[in-house]
Structure formats: structure tokens, C-alpha cells
Design a protein around this ligand. Sequence first.
Ligand code: MTE
Ligand code: MO
Length: 344
Amino acid sequence: MLIYNKKKSHLSENQVTPESVYLQRRQILQGLGLGLGAAALSAPASAGLFDALLGSKETKEQGAKEVIASTEPLTFSQPKAYQLDIAPTAEGVATTYNNFYEFGADKSDPARYAQQFKTKPWTITISGEVEHPQTIDVWAWLEKQQLEERIYRHRCVEAWSMVIPWLGVPLSSIIKAAKPTSKAKYVAFETLYDPKQMRGQSSRFVGGGIEYPYVEGLRLDEAMHPLALLAVGMYGKTLPPQNGAPVRLVLPWKYGFKGIKSIVNIHLTDKQPPTTWNKLASYEYGFYANVNPKVDHPRWSQATERVIAEGGLFGSGRQPTLMFNGYEDEVASLYQGMDLRKFY
Ligand SMILES: Nc1nc2c(c(=O)[nH]1)N[C@H]1C(S)=C(S)[C@@H](COP(=O)(O)O)O[C@H]1N2
Ligand SMILES: [Mo]
């Protein structure tokens, strides 16, 4: 029963499909020069504006603040191999249409409720089956990194997609530095647990019924794959809190929920670690969660996706979902000989 409610809230936007309305609102704001970064409209004012322009009585998402919390510019290279011939999703959409249940289960909740999230100081521990366990001071570590921009397709299990220019370093670099032992077969990741800051962690109702902290995991060879990115920024700047500041995973061939946000622990182990959505509903969300148009979610098709490519009303549409989200050439060998229906 609880699980069903939870899943319903995970999917609320998918089932109600308010996205065209949502995007229309964004476009109107942008058209008026009031979009991204403009805190000009109070919730009641914007509600009135939208109602007038759209003839809509819907008010659910209208209170979301058009504020992007303080982000700082980063220096990075742009390796050719990771650029894409597709226009990225508008920054104002990618930073206001989020899944980050620690701040609430609505798409607009993270941008609205994560602005005061403290990301300084921040440490990440690396422990378990490693020769050099360590505690990394993230901001000091970041100074020494050579960041790359990687424009990746981003496919949520809810069947929508974006294109996002991330900044980060290969996940392999941080794992290699800790020197995995021969027993290390998996890598477990954990998000910060701080109910005082994360309203979803102090209320089952707000947090979608998830058992916190949010946890994720990868096989070691997946974690070492060059596409696996430890992201610290997007759109040329540090990550805003709603997108997982200060450090998150980005795994473009997997469903978005594998891309765990605001990481504090990385633990190498010999056993497959538990993962948040799998614990909630194992028949719906597997450990692997590789994007696969041929393996449907029990309650909807994964063959196509709603594109939120340019963020505008006219840029939205449906397109076929690609095997491994378009990264088949790069990652298929990781799963050779595996039954992908069984290991979904
Ligand atoms: N800690 C944590 N990480 C998380 C989530 C979450 O709720 N909590 N949601 C996941 C899901 S379902 C998706 S689609 C992506 C969304 O990332 P974005 O908001 O940057 O697009 O984050 C993933 N990482
Ligand atoms: Mo997702």
C-alpha cells in the first residue's frame, strides 16, 4: 500500500502530464524577461499571470521560485568526444524540473526548497575494500581537478529526457586513487542524511516514503567506465543544490535515478549493495537500471520518451528511446552474456 502511494507520487507528473503547461509557463516567463534567475514574481503574482495567459486554474507548480542559488563559474576543457549535436535543455528548465526527493516529490520542490542547502564545507569518505581509505575535502580537491564538459543525454525512468552539459571528472579517478583491493567488486554511494536541512527526510509524506539516506550502487567495472562521471557542475558553473551539489553521479546509459546526488560516502565492497528504488519496488526498479527500450516498466512503456530538449513548448515532443540511451557502442560489452530482461 505504502509502496503504491510512493510510486504514485514518483510518477505524478508522468501520469498527469502537466509538462506542456509547465513549459508554457517557463516560456511565458522567459518571454517576459522574468525567467531564470528573476525572483521578481511572488507566488500569488505569478499564479495570476499564468492564469491570465493560460486560462489555467492549476496552481500546483506556480509557487516555485525562479531563483538559482549561488553557483560559481568553473574552468574546464571540452573534449570533442563528449560534445553532442543536440541542443542542451534550457538551463532554467534543467534547474527547476528536478527529482530530488529529499526536498519533496514534486518536480518544482527541489528548486524551491533546496536554496539554503549548505554545501560548504563538504567531505566525501572513501572506505571499505580499498588500500587507501580517505576523507576528501571536496572544495580543496576540486581546485586540483581538470574538469571536462560532457554533454550527455539524461533519461529518467519516468520516460522523459533532457540533454545536459555536465562538468566533472571520471568517477574512475577518485576510485583509482583509493586503490581498490582484489576483493572490491561493487561500489556503494550514499547521499547526505540531514533531516534538518532536507525536509523530505523528516517526513515520510514529503519525502515520498523513501528510506533515507538515498543509496545507490554500481559494479566496479561500471564505475570504472570512462562515461561514468563524478559531476561538480553544469552549464559552466558549480551545481545548484537542486541538481545535487556539490558532487553527484552521472551515468548517461542508465536511468536517472542511478545518478545519486549530494554524495557523502563511497564504499567499496564484495557484495552487491542495496539501492533506494530497488528497495522500494524491486519488480519495477532493478539494480542495473540500464536504459532499454525493449524492457518496459511494469506500468508503462520505455520504448519512447518525452523530450525536454530545448525547454520550449515547440522543442518538446516524443522520440524513440535508444538502447543504453544511445551509448550502446561504449557500454554494451559490460553486459555481454547477461539476460537484460532478468537484470533490468
Ligand atoms: N539523493 C537523490 N539522488 C537522486 C534523486 C533523489 O531523489 N535523491 N533522484 C534521481 C532521479 S529519479 C533523477 S531522474 C535524477 C534527476 O537529476 P536532475 O534533477 O539533475 O535532472 O536524480 C537522481 N538522483
Ligand atoms: Mo528519474
